[in-house]
Design a protein around this ligand. Structure first.
Ligand SMILES: [Mg+2]
Length: 210
């Protein structure tokens, strides 16, 4: 394979958690948000609407609470190995997240990702307002990001891989040459080119040459 591009989902893919659930725990709305998240990832709810609904439950949460949430994030086994392996072979690796810049930015910088996108909380007077700023990163935005990055780096779509676990990853998986379902919801496994069922991102590495 020549130059290639790998685009990964974040929540339940590069990390073991759904960050919105960790934040909701801190806001005391954990159970409600976990229920909406699992329905959204199974493709039963519109992602944008479901995200707005979940973020609305976080209104009033002090931003200072987000620091403690970062400590509760568990990075998926093999995530750094995957990122390093892409770079060692001259590839580009990016993350597109339906989660949030506030928690993703420090991780993405640590990992050495080439590019990433996520949602951003509206914050007023040091508190979350319960609203999201700007456009929500949904399934279409994820697929658009993959196509944009491929064009920017002059990489043909035939040399792209998308890795994800949820229904909002299906569009980018369809746009990529190789759609990899990673410990994914049934609807995602059914439509993927390859399905990985063991929670180890190193299993993506042999697919670069496929
Ligand atoms: Mg996910």
């Amino acid at each position: 394979m020549g130059r290639f591009l790998v685009v990964c989902d974040v929540d339940s893919t590069l990390i073991d958690n759904e960050v919105i659930e960790l934040i909701a725990d801190a806001a005391g709305t954990g159970e409600r948000v976990a229920d909406i998240t699992s329905r959204a990832m199974a493709g039963e709810l519109d992602f944008k609407e479901s995200l707005r609904e979940r973020v609305a439950t976080l209104e009033g949460l002090p931003v200072s609470k987000l620091a403690g949430i970062r400590d509760r994030i568990s990075v998926t086994t093999g995530a750094q190995d995957l990122i390093d392996a892409v770079h060692a072979r001259g590839g580009i690796i990016a993350a597109v997240s339906g989660g949030f810049h506030e928690t993703l930015d420090p991780l993405a910088a640590d990992w050495g990702l080439d590019w990433w996108a996520a949602n951003r909380f509206e914050i007023v007077d040091g508190k979350l307002t319960g609203r999201v700023l700007g456009d929500i990163v949904d399934a279409t935005a994820k697929a658009d990001s993959l196509r944009m990055l491929a064009a920017r780096h002059d990489i043909p779509l035939s040399a792209t891989i998308a890795v994800g676990d949820g229904a909002n990853d299906l569009e980018m998986m369809a746009a990529a040459a190789l759609g990899v379902a990673f410990c994914a919801k049934p609807i995602v496994q059914q439509r993927a080119t390859v399905s990985i069922t063991e929670r180890d991102l190193r299993l993506v590495i042999p697919l670069f040459g496929a």
